[in-house]
Every structure is written in C-alpha cells, then in structure tokens.
Write a protein that binds this ligand. Sequence first.
Ligand SMILES: Nc1ncnc2c1ncn2[C@@H]1O[C@H](COP(=O)(O)OP(=O)(O)OP(=O)(O)O)[C@@H](O)[C@H]1O
Ligand SMILES: [Mg+2]
Length: 395
Amino acid sequence: MRILLFSGKGGVGKTSLAAATGLQLSRLGYRTLVMSVDPAHSLADSFDLETSLFQSQTGEPFSINERLAIHEVNIQLEIKRYWKEISTYVVAVLRTSGISDVEAEELAILPGMEELSAMMYVNQYRREGRYDVIVLDCAPTAESLRFVSMPTTLDWYMKHVFPFQRGLLKAVRPLANRVSPVELPSDSYFANIQSLFQRLDGIGEIMEDPRITSVRLVTNPEKMVLRETQRAFVYFTLHGLTVDGILVNRVLPETVTDAYFKEWRASQSKVLQEIDQYFSPVPVKRIPLFTHEVLGSERLEEVARVLYREDEDPAAVTRTEAPYSFVKNNSHYEVHLQLPFAVKGDVGLFKKGDELVVQVGTLRRHIGLPTSMAALSPLKARLENSRLIVEMKEV
Ligand SMILES: Nc1ncnc2c1ncn2[C@@H]1O[C@H](COP(=O)(O)OP(=O)(O)OP(=O)(O)O)[C@@H](O)[C@H]1O
Ligand SMILES: [Mg+2]
C-alpha cells in the first residue's frame, strides 16, 4: 500500500490536488481512498457533493466511483467510538470549573484527536488491505506537522511517562480524591489510552518508509508561501518522512498578458526559479491558475490532466533514500541525516538516554540509536550536500 500525504500552507490548493490525484489513481486501476485529516473538511465540497448526503454516512468512506472513495473523519463519532473514557474524564474536569455541558464537550476535543483518529484508520485499512493507495488531505502546515510528529511523541510518552503516571495514580488516588479539587483520572482512562496506542502500533515505521509514505508539498509561487514550504520540507525530513514532489499551484498562464498582472508575473517567475533551485533534486510540477474555481469531478479531472500525463502513476516510488542512516567510518561511528536548507548555526545536537536529539530552530527530532552506538555521544557535525554528518564518540 502507498500513502501520499498532501501538505502545505492554508488555501494553497491541497484539497483540490489531493482529490485530483485520487481521480488519476482510480483511473489507473488503484483502489484509492482520499481521506481528509483537516478538521475543517472540504473534501466533499471539492467533489461538489450534497453535504447532507455525505454527512448522513456513518463514518464510512463514501464512494465517488468504482475504485475511488473519500472519507472525512467525523471527530464526534470517533470520540464516541474510541475516546470515550478520555473524553468523559476531560468533560468531568471541565464541568467542575463551571463550564456548561455543551461547551465542555466542545472543549474536550483535544488537539491531535483528529490526526490520531486518521492515523488509526490508515493503520486499520492497511491491515485489512482494503486500499492500494491512501491520499491524505492534511490541514494547513502547522497541524500536519503535528500529525507527523505524533507517533514519536506518543511513543516517548508511553515509554517514559505513562507507566509512571498510571502507577503513581493507582497508589495515591484514594487519598488524593478526597483532597484534590478535581477528580483524578480512573484506571479506565489509562486503559483507553493504552488501547488507542495499540491501534496505532506500527504507524511510525509506515510513515518513515519511503516505499510506503511520500509527502507532496503544495505551494504557490509567492515568497511567503515558499518560506513556509521550506520550513515544512525541513520538518518532514527531520521527522523521517520523504518529500518526493513539490506542486506549485496557481501559476499565472502565459496567455494572461493584461498589464494589471505584469508585476505578479515578474514576482512569480522569480519565486518559481527559486523553488526549482531550492528543492532540487525533488521534482517540481506547476499547475496554472484556472479561469474558474476547481469544483466537482469534471473540474478535478481537468486538474488531474494538467498535473499528470495520461499514464503517469502518482503512486510510483521515486525516492527511496532513507532520511537517516548509521555508518561506521574507519574507527568511528556516524549518523547521517538529510537536512535540506539547514545552516550550521541552526543545528543543535545532544544526547538523551539512548537517543540522539537533533534540533533545527525550534524543531526537534529524537533519533533512537542502535545498540552498538547507544553509549556514544555527538562529538562534532558537518554539513555536506544537504546532509548532516554527526560524528559520535565515546564519553
Ligand atoms: N489552480 C487553481 N486555479 C483556480 N482555483 C483554484 C486552483 N487551485 C485551487 N483553487 C481553488 O482555491 C480554493 C482553495 O483550494 P483548496 O480548498 O484546494 O485549498 P486547500 O489548500 O485545501 O485549503 P485549506 O488550507 O483551507 O484546506 C478552492 O476554492 C479551489 O477551488
Ligand atoms: Mg483543504
């Protein structure tokens, strides 16, 4: 199975291009699911579906054609199904602070629940072998970054905090419940977390396998959008995901010669050049600004025709280089890490337990070291062709 993740700044065209890609994939014979991870869903709108028709569905994918289905994760439904104990507890705590029931239920949708629910579905569909390709239409960049960092964060929490918290609460609950202003979470709350975690088992490895998961970054030929795209590129790479395509949407077509757009054209062509240089060797595709909004299957087919040659397979695996590797170089060990754009002063390195922590600006990545290197610490690092090489030594 392949997973294609569409990410980018708000409004750049992620949903439209993800939907068009779904159409192309299904035309080529793949059993395809386009899934919306964005809490503000617009996937059904993109296909111009009657929302009432779509929402009456019970959290099941909705068929667009024989091989293509779409799925907008319905968080209220997910909470009832899988997050019951967690949300019951959060609602109870919020109620004690005088918040009304309805408000408490709204607030009990915790950040990350949508993303985690989507990941559980991806994992489930993969186990069932139900689809050949899952296209993920993500929320604007900030949220999709949370999406990719979640498996590692959770893994860390489950290893380091969860057992301690659960054990501690078991011991102090009877006493603490008498003195604490809010009730402490019961053991079923922890059991709920544990069962959710089990449903996510393996998702981290799936997302880091370039033969399974690829990121397509959608951008516009504008400076501000480009900056965010670069940040996203660094962040995805840092988290071990492979970006194998940059899609520049809303490029002014040559045929527009109106003087009004002269300046736009000049600035676009400058940014387009910059984009080609920055992301090389990752292929860059350009999609024109259409004369109309992209709405409904016919218009989406039109986008697909511009985006892909007739027989072009959007699920083809083109980049398989692992985002990081461990190398023994003569007498010392090295960690090699792909790190586009990072400048030397930006990169921080330190050791935490048996993990190497790499920090770029405010972004952080924990890299679990193999046993042979677990006792080593970072000595120095150098940048070579977008690759950070960290030399490890014994302390
Ligand atoms: N190349 C294009 N030409 C004309 N209109 C476009 C083009 N691409 C997208 N649009 C339109 O722009 C609007 C935003 O597109 P879309 O919903 O795909 O963006 P998005 O990145 O998913 O937005 P959000 O961040 O809100 O999820 C839609 O109305 C869509 O029809
Ligand atoms: Mg969208």
